[in-house]
Design a protein around this ligand. Structure first.
Ligand code: ADP
Ligand code: TYD
Length: 202
């Protein structure tokens, strides 16, 4: 089977981290070589940009440009070389997050994001995007259990996260071939079973 570039998306608290390591282990147990990575980040420069993005306040266009600057580096240094080697890539968030957070959440015009997407990625898109969808009140309850400092995005109010969720769902509707939407209200076991079916069929 041809190697795949898989991205995981969803509002904060939807269950991405919970299922990401399981997904990577499952693919490895099936003999795949898997590169696990994340955005913003994934390269030394990208991780420095991540620190700024998660903790420094900035203009919303600066935020979008830095997300795509980190992504340019990430594609060049990590994602494209891995795909060329025939490795699988499992990436915790990618460009759909920019459409959801900078577009939906912050209100940056979609055509500006689409221009950056074209500039930075050309025709490159994930083969499969797993969208963990969860009502915001449940996501917030799950996050409340976590004993850690919240970043700039996690600190945003419920209406911001509602817009992020809606923008993700709109993106999934626009790209039905690439997206699989998982109902995050299911149990962890149910979601794993669904993921098994999905990765067996890609
Ligand atoms: P994300 O990475 O999307 O922000 P996490 O995977 O960290 O979300 O999940 C947030 C919290 O919700 C964690 O405490 C996790 O154990 C819990 N959780 C994740 N998925 C489920 C689920 N399907 N049912 C109940 N709790 C869950
Ligand atoms: P996240 O990946 O959720 O990490 P953690 O699980 O450690 O909190 O945090 C990254 C944050 O960055 C998340 O709130 C979404 C945001 N983000 C954007 O706003 N735009 C983007 O393009 C990307 C990739 C992430």
């Amino acid at each position: 089977m041809k190697a795949k570039f898989i991205t995981l998306e969803g509002v904060d608290g939807a269950g991405k981290s919970t299922h990401l390591s399981w997904l990577v282990e499952t693919l490895r147990s099936r003999g795949k070589t898997v590169v696990q990575t994340r955005e913003p980040g994934g390269t030394p420069l990208g991780e420095k940009l991540r620190e700024l993005l998660l903790h420094e306040s900035m203009h919303l266009e600066t935020e979008a440009l830095l997300m795509f600057a980190a992504r340019r580096e990430h594609l060049e240094q990590v994602i494209l070389p891995a795909v060329q080697r025939g490795n699988w890539v499992v990436c915790d968030r990618f460009t759909d997050a920019s459409f959801a957070y900078q577009g939906g959440g912050r209100g940056l015009a979609t055509d500006k994001l689409a221009q950056l997407e074209r500039w930075v990625q050309g025709e490159v898109q994930p083969d499969l995007t797993l969208l963990f969808d969860l009502p915001i009140d449940i996501a917030a309850q799950r996050m409340a259990g976590a004993a850690r400092t919240l970043d700039r995005f996690e600190q945003e109010k419920a209406d911001f996260h509602e817009r992020v969720r809606a923008a993700y769902l709109a993106r999934a509707t626009e790209n039905p071939g690439r997206f699989r939407v998982l109902d995050g209200r299911q149990s962890i076991e149910q979601i794993k079973n669904q993921l098994e079916d999905i990765i067996s069929s890609v």
